[in-house]
Design a protein around this ligand. Structure first.
Ligand code: GLU
Length: 524
């Protein structure tokens, strides 16, 4: 510990007197009134304009743990890096929350939820640390730090501002005043008393207790350029005063854990329970090796990809849910639960290393998911997607919703035998494109049995029920001397341009007499 600064000097160092005392902050953000065992979690993205699938995975854990325990899930915007700010980046996050159905509850009492609007709170805590000699103003410039770094590297020391390298650690009041009089604006650094030869034990809910060397770096708590906190300091202050019980974050933060424990100890605050999530991996198509999903190489690393390509967001959630709760798939197949939201996930079972995200598996979840949807929901989803993301053909297909509903309703009336060939909204529309004349692609190389087609047209009555319709096909088969199935195949190809379709009778019913006659007539 060093000598603390007095009120006046703190005011000069921070640019203004602190707005609150710690007691006032404690009163302003009271402990939450929640039932025992309720999780308070937060999704805390930095608004960069790009949302990684790994962020969505983390947010799902946050939301699920809060909702299944009757707790609170918050959305906190970590916009302290003013240099990296991007227009519309917060919208990207909020839209994803909406589209994936993660409902956050940003109760006014604990706000604001934009870190850039919480300066008063951070400065009040910084003032307390300055007064207690646990932090100090540091006037090192970028050039000074570069020089220190060069010296450390040359001499084989660990880089960073620590121990005797921390030039301003023990400045006297007079020296601080001299710097301030000179117009210099300080950063506020932690006055670390950690000893790397000692170890600190930290807890992670999945990994258990982990020991690290103590931190001895005088890390920056408040930046000089904009007076905003670093991640470390904001995490301390926000997760304490927002009364977060569980911090779910990427494993890249694991090395900072001893520092975070150190900060919580200095404040005599109880640290939250940490859950560090593994990165989402994929199997590289070229090397067949498991590797991190890459923002640069993998379109599916971007949450926006799933929205633009029309993946059912519910299915993405189901699949992510299965990755983070390995027992879920079985419970679902056994019919114990209907969706991931009904399944009680256990934080301890969250994967600790490289969780595999496989688009083929997602396809399976998507097929199952769409298969279980009522037609009306399916239609609504396809329409909404086409209008927002679809091309002109897609938009044309969804213009007549009644027709679309009839097309998509084929083979969905028997819940035990629902077709499972729809994967995404885009692919669904492509799959049924032959129902629209403009998109229909006749089969050019199919050798039709024209006698069969001609015979069909002669007796065709669109009002026939399925049995009558079939008996006519059997008659044609006998007359022409081919199999029943061959007659049907001729009709199928004539109408759809494909050899593989859902139920032919339903197709004809939906197309209607005119379209059926026209397509067969064209071949004859
Ligand atoms: N803004 C941090 C990130 O995006 C948040 C980490 C955390 O959840 O604490 O990595």
């Amino acid at each position: 510990m060093r000598n603390g600064l007095d009120k006046d000097l703190i005011k000069r160092v921070l640019g203004a007197a602190p707005k609150y005392t710690l007691d006032e902050l404690e009163a302003k953000f009271p402990p939450r009134n929640l039932p025992e065992g309720a999780y308070v979690t937060r999704f805390a993205p930095s608004p960069t304009g790009f949302m990684h699938i790994g962020n969505l995975y983390g947010a799902l854990i946050d939301y699920k743990l809060a909702s299944q325990s009757g707790g609170v899930f918050m959305l906190r915007i970590e916009d302290t890096d003013t240099k990296r700010e991007v227009e519309g980046a917060v919208e990207v996050v909020k839209n994803a929350m909406r589209d994936f159905g993660f409902v956050y509850n940003n109760d006014e009492t604990y706000g604001p939820y934009y870190q850039s609007q919480r300066k008063d709170i951070y400065h009040s805590v910084a003032a307390d640390l300055l007064a207690r000699g646990l932090a100090y103003p540091c006037f090192l410039t970028a050039e000074d730090m570069e020089e220190i770094r060069a010296k450390q590297t040359a001499a084989g020391f660990a880089t960073g501002i620590y121990g005797e390298w921390a030039r301003d650690r023990d400045l006297t009041d007079a020296e601080i005043i001299a710097h301030l009089d000179n117009g210099e604006v300080p950063t506020i650094r932690l006055y670390s008393v950690g000893d790397p030869n000692k170890r600190i034990f930290c807890k992670d809910a999945v990994r258990g207790s982990i020991s690290f060397p103590e931190n001895n770096e005088d890390l920056v708590l408040v930046k000089s350029n904009d007076g905003l906190p670093t991640y470390h300091f904001a995490h301390l202050v926000d997760d304490h005063f927002m009364r977060t019980t569980h911090v779910v974050r990427g494993e890249e933060w694991l090395p900072s854990l001893p520092l975070h424990y150190q900060l919580f100890r200095m404040m005599e605050w109880t640290p939250p329970i940490y859950i560090h999530t593994a990165t989402l991996d994929k199997i590289d198509a070229e090397t067949s090796k498991q590797r991190k999903m890459s923002k640069r190489k993998d379109p599916e690393a971007n949450v926006a990809f799933f929205l633009q390509d029309g993946w059912p967001t519910g299915a993405v959630v189901e699949y992510l849910g299965n990755i983070l709760a390995s027992g879920y798939e079985e419970a679902k197949l056994k019919g114990v639960v209907k969706s991931f939201w009904d399944y009680e996930m256990k934080p301890k079972k969250i994967p600790m290393s490289g969780a595999l995200f496989d688009m083929k598996k997602l396809e399976w979840w998507a097929k199952e998911y769409i298969g279980a949807m009522p037609v009306a929901d399916l239609v609504a989803s396809v329409v909404a997607w086409a209008n927002e993301y679809g091309n002109d053909d897609n938009k044309m297909q969804v213009a007549d919703e009644k027709y679309l509903a009839a097309v998509l309703g084929i083979e969905r009336d028997n819940p035990k035998r629902v077709r499972k060939d729809f994967i995404t909204w885009r692919q669904t529309l492509e799959n049924v494109a032959f129902f629209w004349d403009k998109l229909f692609k006749p089969a050019t190389d199919y050798e039709y049995n024209k006698d069969a087609l001609r015979a069909f047209l002669t007796n065709y009555n669109p009002a026939d029920d399925k049995d009558t319709w079939w008996s006519k096909i059997v008659d044609i088969a006998n007359k022409v001397g081919i199999k029943n199935g061959d007659v049907a195949m001729n009709l199928r190809v004539a109408l759809s341009g494909r050899t593989n379709t859902p139920d032919l009778y339903s197709i004809m019913s939906v197309m209607g007499g005119d379209m059926v006659r026209e397509r067969i007539g064209r071949i004859l």
